[in-house]
Ligand binder design. Sequence first.
Ligand code: SAM
Length: 233
Amino acid sequence: MNKEEFISALKSLNINMTDKVLTDLDTYYKMLISYNSHTNLTRITEENEVYLKHFYDSLTLVKAINLNNQTLLDIGTGAGFPGLVLKIVFPNLKVTLVDSLNKRITFLKSVIEKLNLKDIEAIHTRAEEYVLNKRESFDIVTSRAVANMSILSELCIPFVKIGGYFISMKADSKEELKIAETAIKTLGGVLKDNIIFKLPHDAGTRTLIKIEKIVKTSVKYPRKFNEIKKKPL
Ligand code: SAM
């Protein structure tokens, strides 16, 4: 997806790109490639592919929710997908990026500083530890390509405020979602939407699983990671 195709695909999502946002994404892309040459962040490096499979893909979250000035937490953000892309394009969001690998957080901090972004933090921690003083604290929690839906639900739903949403960004996930039904309910969520679409250029199917938090999560959850993994809800 070249820049013209990127701009036009985003118009179809009702996102109008400004010159400032395009310049910031270009800087982000260049920093990603430079850092990736010595420290592994992504195997996708070709510019048109990054714009499609990382930048555009991250922004498809708007198919599931209107983004404004909400608080948004991105669990297992890696090189900033989707959280950092969303912050660049929707500057009024208050964004928290979490990843358990410090080299990724170091990279994210350098981009945040270079682009002089405000109301965003990148934190080196694990979801199951960070949640201890951040329960029911965020309007939106996102996560792309981190774990299966049952595990992810236990890691992410405890962070969501009542009335807020956990939106999981996945490839094909019908089976996973079925298996995770009990977990979602146990954690205080309810399935609101399951949006399935295709990326342009035959780049694959994507799914946005939108879960509303309707009941506080019991403090029993999340459990220790090895318990979650060994015995998903
Ligand atoms: N979301 C990014 C993307 O879509 O490109 C990164 C995906 S990468 C496959 C998964 C990331 O989740 C890794 O950076 C890993 O360090 C992080 N991760 C895995 N388990 C985690 C946990 N329990 N808490 C925080 N981060 C976690």
